[in-house]
Design a protein around this ligand. Structure first.
Ligand code: BES
Ligand code: MN
Ligand code: ZN
Length: 502
């Protein structure tokens, strides 16, 4: 879909549909909505008065113009209560009205800038939000099935014509950035939605190579022989049950040649998690193709960063393997040795994410990357604790944590900080090795995070558990069923704010 910014009067735009809006509880309609209402001889006001259009968030009221306007449809997008409105609501609204209008065979849609001016939202921010929300809300994974509806081909963002040509160039830049964000998120979604018979560790490495070639990034991939010589006993142990060769993939962006420091984004890349010998129940097992969502997000974020070019250095590190049972598989009770020399007693082969991340984090520390952010579909316990709306965030450094919370909120990705109590480390103690890979029954997301903390040393680090948020069963706003691409926007925003400080 092409997105353009134009200046003019929305009622006069030649399009299949024009989109105006309404806050919930507003009786006296104003702004562009009032102008459209007038052109329709009061039809909008009437429907509002009758309570057919309420302005609830997610509602899209459809009015047929029957020749009164160049556009065939007027859509009234509900913005919810004014006091609750924020940038992420603007994204959601765009996703909702775009999907509604796609179902009505609209090929060309024109919209006003929803939310600009409300609670300090600038026209630029609103344009970026509409761009992200519309592209992500219209997303479908169409590689294996013809989509149900035709795509919307063109979205016009119509700003009031105030004879100021400079204003629209700012909006165009905002649209450009929104597109980069959305396209990166879509790359992550596409990778995650791919089944495990396609999205193997080797495929992930191929995609990483393509990204690096296209955007001039440094690409590295380590195979099992390299891992052997480096001492990545934990990643190799998980890979042992599978016939697919494991890969440790890195993508390096250098946007600040004067600086020696580089931040690290890590992502869990289990392309299928059967649980291994500690095999999972078969119900819902197909969902475990999503277990590389953290890795996909880290790769996609680097791609967006390469396009936005903040002044900073970033390296993404993705340990990728399958977790399968076989005659050569890792067994419960086995003791393995991670890259940093620590021995791990494997209680459950299904707690494999922390094993591969143990090596990836040790590698990142050894490479001098700092600070470190990892994204991982790590524990079912995190989903139980926070549900599917919030990712869990854990850190050894509150200053870094606060920055991550701040950028996540800007990105519209909900994070909730979880505790890392020293005394819970007791639960990871092994009688016969330095550490074991599962804790007790309770607090599973926390003991998993504490396990990871053993491999980061003193490096400032934030771990984000996305087990609850990486995929969605519902469609709403800019979230569709399947992979969400969560984490991409947060990582990109983090690279941006860390860059401006240096
Ligand atoms: N990939 C899973 C976590 C997961 C569960 C992600 C549900 C998405 C949805 C992870 O590898 C896992 O199996 N974790 C175990 C840990 C346990 C054995 C300590 C879990 O959460 O049950
Ligand atoms: Mn597992
Ligand atoms: Zn897993």
């Amino acid at each position: 879909m092409e997105i353009k910014v134009i200046a003019g009067n929305i009622t006069q735009v030649e399009a299949d549909a024009i989109v105006v809006n309404l806050f919930e509880g507003v009786e006296e309609i104003g702004g562009a909505t009032a102008i459209v209402d007038k052109a329709l001889d009061g039809a909008v006001g009437l429907l509002v008065k009758r309570g057919e259009i309420k302005g609830k968030l997610g509602e899209v009221g459809i009015i047929h113009t029957l020749g009164k306007l160049p556009a065939r449809i007027v859509a009234v997008a509900g913005l919810g209560k004014r006091q609750n409105f924020d940038l992420d609501k603007a994204r959601r609204v765009a996703g909702d009205f775009c999907r509604s209008l796609r179902k009505l065979n609209c090929c060309k849609v024109a919209t006003i800038l929803h939310g600009a001016g409300v609670g300090g939202i600038t026209p630029e921010a609103a344009s970026q939000a509409i761009t992200e929300g519309s592209l992500l809300g219209l997303y479908t994974f169409q590689k294996y099935k013809k989509p149900e509806y035709e795509d919307i081909k063109e979205l016009l963002i119509v700003e009031k014509d105030e004879g100021n040509p400079e204003s629209s160039s700012g909006l165009e830049q905002a649209v450009h950035e929104g597109k980069i964000m959305a396209e990166a998120t879509i790359l992550a979604r596409d990778m995650i939605n791919e089944p495990a018979n396609y999205m193997t560790p080797g495929r992930m490495a191929d995609i990483a190579r393509e990204i690096c070639e296209k955007h001039n990034l440094e690409f590295r991939v380590f195979d099992s022989q390299d891992m052997e010589s480096m001492g990545m006993g934990a990643l190799l142990a998980v890979a042992r049950g599978s016939n697919e060769p494991p890969k440790l993939i890195t993508l390096g962006y250098s946007g600040d040649k004067e600086s020696k420091s580089t931040i690290g984004f890590l992502g869990k890349g289990i392309t299928f998690d059967s649980g291994g010998i500690s095999i999972k129940p078969s119900e819902g097992l197909s969902e475990m193709k999503d277990d590389m969502a953290g890795g996909a997000a880290a790769m996609a974020a680097i791609k967006a960063i390469a396009q936005l070019k903040p002044k900073i250095n970033v390296t993404a590190v993705i340990p990728a393997t399958e977790n399968l049972p076989s005659g050569t598989a890792l067994k419960p009770g086995d003791i393995i040795k991670a890259l940093n020399g620590k021995t791990i007693e494997v209680i459950s082969t299904d707690a494999e994410g922390r094993l591969i991340l143990a090596d990836a984090l040790s590698y990142a520390v050894k490479e001098g990357l700092s600070p470190l952010i990892d994204l991982a579909t790590l524990t079912g316990a995190c989903r139980i604790a926070l549900g599917t709306g919030y990712s869990g965030a854990f850190s050894n450094n509150q200053e870094l944590m606060d920055k991550v919370l701040q950028v996540a909120s800007k990105a519209g990705e909900k994070l909730w900080q979880m505790p890392m109590p020293e005394e819970y480390k007791e639960m990871n103690k092994s009688q016969i090795a330095d550490i074991k890979n599962t804790g007790d029954r309770y607090g599973g997301a926390i003991t998993a995070a504490l396990f990871l903390s053993e491999f980061v040393g003193d490096v400032p680090w934030v771990h984000i558990d996305i087990a609850g948020t990486a995929s969605s069963e519902k469609e709403s706003g800019y979230i569709i069923k399947g992979a969400t691409g969560v984490g991409v926007k947060t990582l990109v925003e983090l690279a941006k704010i860390l860059s401006t400080k240096s």
